[in-house]
Design a protein around this ligand. Structure first.
Ligand SMILES: O=C(CO)[C@H](O)[C@H](O)COP(=O)(O)O
Length: 757
């Protein structure tokens, strides 16, 4: 008897079930719709009993459509919408309608959660936000405050998906997937007790399921009542599922570090797998162990993508105009739209700016441009938005090797190719369009013992049908266009919202983002990072009266970081006075590049809070000004706690301290800066002798960010990289380059040689 598995996808409009064989072929499916109620503007509720009825109907329908016997079903697994919150009484019955994921009534509570300044918030842009009203904690807080009697009576607050598992098996458990991505839970820190306590709801922890199961774990067998409802044998195995998009990653075969899922529809969602914890501004996550143990998920998102194209067709084209027609008109326009560039932020920007007030735009219109140009400009803006998200992730150390795409974008070859060309990453397309249901089926197959592991099941059940490679000529044609796109939001933000750049301006929380993933530094963007090396232009060599132009030039040249020297003339080894936190705050309003701040001052601790508030991404202080390893460790922790990368600098004559090596090996510092000139002034000669320190440090710390600063040019850069440096700060060479900074970048990177990673 052939064994089959069932995947169930509880969506917003309906619940769908499908039967799959062991090769991942869908044998039959069935959808059952249910209603959503909107009691107030912004509110959205569903009745859990409707889900249960839909589940019975859909599973029976899918089994009938597949033509299999119920006894053939080895297991099933369920994904649902994420953050659809249910309050259950002691007997497991719902106490009120469920708050659907899109329910926004807890917006005020979400703002208070964001302001709670708790370590658990670090997964959101390294603590800079946002916290969405969609999520579990704001919804729970709303219930506690607006309906205290219901909150008090609730013995369980859980997700749609947990409720279904409870009814199927009688087991009250949560999914580490849902909890990691939207409950501020982590597999190492556990439940966010301090956050709950700060919000005045410490008892929320008791209402959450105490048992947390990973995707694919056995939840249990169907109870007799559930079996009768589904038309399956009692005892049929139920495997743990999770949130639809994340289970969809499994259905797309995205289960290993370096892989990314791109889920497209009215919006875009970029979900990448990282081998270790990684936090940073401009993206969400990483969510620890959120898909498979050891696989952390990094998240980016664009709120309006397919919806922008739909808007254009609806409002700007004659009735009956087809996408095929618009696609053909767009295909006749060259990449870059002959100077026309659009911004896709019609409904705000989720990442990298996290700015709900940003809006769409078209810039560069001329009388030559026609409808095909405008449609293409919107298509390109969406692909460029994805490329910018990838660049932001790359600056923190994550670069996907492949992107597996699902959803509406797959219907346009032209649009697909734009995504591949601008991202510089091959796009994979799989056989099964219903990735969440296939993901559930894979989890069920593993729980049923049909495969030993999720990756083994993925290898057998996910079929990659096509790989679309970036076309080198088009990618080159898009370089300048991407820079124009990247410059649009910073230029328009003042118009949209009075000069603020969204969440980057928000205060950061008390505790630590973990070190950026070192050693795997970025490629992508208009200039490739050769050999995994970051070049950070030092604005010490720029015109201090025109720093906005300097950072714009650095961005246009493809630099991921800008190096900012903060000297206050307080340390005799650095007799210069440059800029302070207010200038960093101003720079933050002009760039989304990482602001890498070097403090050559006597008392660096006094600037930590101000620089964090200013939006600095990294803060490097000098070993020489502190009183030893314990003080260095404490300050590094404080810097990380303020949401920044912690670096320790050594003046050229300072020998490499063993204690610093030990701190780096223990992961207590993110970067070591070996100064190759005396701190204070640009334009000095490179001290090659310093490289012995770099060599020793690289041998001891293979994954560390090692920065060199001073006298860097096309002759000295390759020597620093050969010694083991992977972050090069260059001032006079770049800002003083006769052909401009971009030419200097090309020369430096060209001298370093091709990427070896
Ligand atoms: O930190 C510095 C000096 O303390 C500068 O960033 C560094 O010297 C870079 O300048 P240049 O490339 O001109 O040598």
């Amino acid at each position: 008897m052939e064994r089959v598995v069932i995947g169930v996808d509880g969506g917003t409009e309906s619940l769908r079930a499908a039967v799959f064989d062991s090769t991942g072929r869908m044998l039959g499916s069935h959808a059952s719709p249910y209603d959503t109620h909107y009691p107030e503007p912004g509110w959205a509720e569903q009745n859990p009993e409707d889900w249960w009825e839909a589940l019975g109907e859909a599973v029976r329908g899918a089994v009938a459509a597949a033509g299999v016997a119920p006894e053939q079903v080895a297991a099933l697994s369920v994904d649902t919408t994420c953050c659809t919150v249910v309050a259950l009484g002691a007997d497991g019955s719902p106490l009120r309608p469920a708050l659907l994921w899109m329910d926004m009534r807890s917006a005020a509570q979400a703002a208070r959660v964001a302001a709670a300044d708790d370590p658990a918030l670090q997964v959101n842009g390294a603590g800079r936000g946002p916290v969405s009203a969609e999520w579990m904690v704001p919804k729970s807080l709303w219930l506690a405050e607006a309906e205290p009697a219901t909150y008090a009576a609730a013995s369980t607050l859980c997700e749609y998906q947990d409720y279904i598992n409870l009814r199927l098996t009688g087991r009250r458990c949560g999914s580490s997937n849902n909890m990691s991505v939207r409950w501020h839970y982590s597999t190492t820190r556990g439940v966010p007790h301090t956050l709950m306590a700060k919000l005045g709801i410490p008892d929320l922890a008791d209402k959450w399921p105490a048992e947390v199961l990973a995707l694919g774990d056995e939840v249990g067998g169907l109870t007799p009542a559930a079996a009768a409802h589904l038309g399956l044998p009692a005892g049929t195995l139920v495997a743990q599922g999770g949130a639809d998009a994340f289970v969809g990653m499994i259905g797309l075969g995205v289960v290993a570090p370096g892989q990314m899922a791109l889920l497209t529809g009215s919006s875009h969602l970029q979900l990448g797998i990282v081998g270790r914890e990684l936090h940073g501004p401009g993206f969400f996550g990483t969510y620890q162990d959120a898909v498979l143990p050891g696989c952390h998920v990094i998240e980016g998102g664009q709120t309006s993508t397919g919806s922008v194209l739909a808007w254009f067709r609806r409002t700007c084209c004659a009735p009956g105009t087809s996408y095929t027609q618009l696609d053909a008109e767009a295909a006749a326009v060259p990449p870059g739209c002959e100077g026309l560039v659009a911004l896709d932020h019609f409904q705000g920007n989720r990442t990298p700016y996290t700015d709900p007030l940003s809006r769409g735009a078209l810039a560069g219109l001329s009388l030559k441009h026609g409808r095909g140009h405008v449609f293409r400009a919107f298509m390109e803006s969406v692909a460029a938005g994805t490329a910018l998200i990838l660049r932001t992730m790359a600056a923190a150390g994550y670069r996907p090797d492949s992107i597996t795409l699902a959803g509406g974008a797959a219907r346009s070859e032209l649009w697909l190719q734009m995504h591949a060309d601008m991202s510089g990453v091959p796009l994979r397309l799989t056989r099964c369009a219903d990735a969440p249901m296939l993901g559930c089926a894979i989890l069920a197959a593993v729980a049923a013992g049909m495969y030993d592991t999720v990756p083994a099941a993925v290898a057998a059940m996910v079929a990659v049908e096509r790989v679309m490679e970036p076309a080198p000529t088009a990618a080159a044609a898009y370089k300048a266009h991407l820079e124009r796109y990247a410059a649009l939001y910073p230029a328009l933000a003042p118009i949209f919202q009075g000069g603020k750049l969204g969440a980057q301006q928000q205060p950061v929380p008390e505790q630590a983002p973990v070190a950026a993933h070192p050693g795997a530094m970025p490629s992508g963007g208009p200039v490739e990072w050769r050999g995994g090396v970051i070049v950070a232009p030092s604005i010490l060599a720029a015109d201090f009266a025109n720093l906005a132009a300097a950072v714009a030039e650095a961005a246009a040249a493809g630099a991921p970081w800008v190096h900012v020297d903060l000297f206050d003339n307080s340390w005799e080894a650095c007799p210069n006075f440059t800029v302070g936190p207010p200038v960093v705050a101003s720079l933050r309003r002009h760039t989304c590049l990482q602001l890498d701040c070097h403090l050559a001052v006597r008392d660096p601790a006094r600037y930590v809070d101000a620089l964090a508030s200013a939006g600095a991404d990294g803060l490097t202080f000098h070993w020489e000004v502190l009183g030893g390893a314990a003080e260095v460790e404490a300050l590094a922790r404080r810097i990380r706690g303020a949401g920044m990368r912690a670096g320790v600098a050594l003046a050229p004559d300072t020998p490499l301290p063993e204690e610093l090596v030990a701190l780096a090996q223990r992961g207590e510092v993110d970067m070591v800066l070996a100064m190759t000139v005396l701190p204070g002034f640009g334009g000095q000669s490179f001290r090659e002798g310093v490289l012995a320190k770099v060599t020793a440090l690289r041998a001891a710390c293979p994954g560390l960010l090692i920065q060199v600063d001073g006298g860097m040019n096309a002759a000295t850069g390759p020597k620093a990289v050969a010694a083991g440096a992977n972050v090069l700060v260059a001032g006079s060479f770049l800002f003083g380059h006769k052909q401009g900074l971009a030419a200097g970048m090309r020369e430096l990177l060209g001298a370093i040689g091709p990427a070896d990673t």
